[in-house]
Design a protein around this ligand. Structure first.
Ligand code: ADP
Ligand code: 5GP
Length: 198
């Protein structure tokens, strides 16, 4: 069975990592695509779990070796999706990547599904970023400015779904519904041979 490639994009602080983790935990056979990044770990992030934290030199060697299905520079650091995520045997692969990364994967894998996670408002996004207290004031302002641009770009890029993360349980139920519906798409699941359908 080909895995469902689910790309989640959102302005930083919207809650996509929280939602992506919950989705993977709730679906047996699901895989979270762990990206490589040159940014240093934040808070209690763990190497190999949240990201593979690597040096700029190692990242460049991986680009040269063709190890990434896509890579991009975001907020001054490099981020890349390993090809191994796409080739995995999982039934669902969840990507927590930015809009340009989502575009690049969609181009190579048109069957991929992209969901844009939106904050209920810019004011609430600012509140969450400050509550997370992993960024200083300048970084919060930079992320808010980037958020407005990223939302516009994602909408123009034709993201298939919009999920507003006001209430976490509600947003999760929406994402779960998307996964269920996509799993029922014609041709997604193999049928019993005795049904005689090629
Ligand atoms: P992202 O991965 O988009 O940067 P996170 O998942 O790290 O965002 O979430 C940012 C912060 O907002 C975290 O502190 C998280 O617990 C909180 N958060 C996520 N969703 C909600 C929600 N629906 N309501 C309130 N706080 C939320
Ligand atoms: P953060 O530093 O907040 O973890 O991530 C910053 C941005 O980089 C987020 O929008 C996140 O989704 C994006 N990102 C994370 N991994 C990748 C990746 O492998 N490729 C791309 N293009 N973006 C990524």
């Amino acid at each position: 069975m080909t895995p469902l490639l689910l790309i989640l994009s959102a302005p930083s602080g919207t809650g996509k990592t929280t939602l992506a983790r919950r989705l993977v935990a709730a679906h047996p056979g699901a895989l979270f695509s762990v990206s490589y990044t040159t940014r240093p770990p934040r808070g209690d992030e763990k190497d190999g779990v949240d990201y593979h934290f690597v040096s700029r030199e190692r990242f460049e060697k991986m680009i040269a070796a063709g190890a990434f299905v896509e890579w991009a520079q975001v907020h001054g650091h490099h981020y890349g999706t390993p090809r191994t995520s796409i080739a995995s045997a999982a039934s669902l692969v969840v990507f927590d990547i930015d809009v340009q990364g989502g575009q690049a994967i969609k181009k190579q894998h048109p069957e991929a599904v992209r969901a844009l996670i939106l904050p209920p408002s810019l004011a609430e996004l600012e509140r969450r970023l400050r509550a997370r207290s992993t960024d200083d004031d300048t970084a919060v302002r930079r992320r808010l400015h980037a958020a407005r641009i990223e939302i516009g770009v994602a909408i123009a890029a034709g993201y298939e779904y919009w999920v507003v993360n006001e209430d976490l349980d509600h947003a999760y139920a929406d994402l779960d519904a998307i996964v269920r519906a996509e799993g029922c798409k014609a041709g997604r699941r193999p049928l019993a041979p005795d049904l005689g359908i090629p």
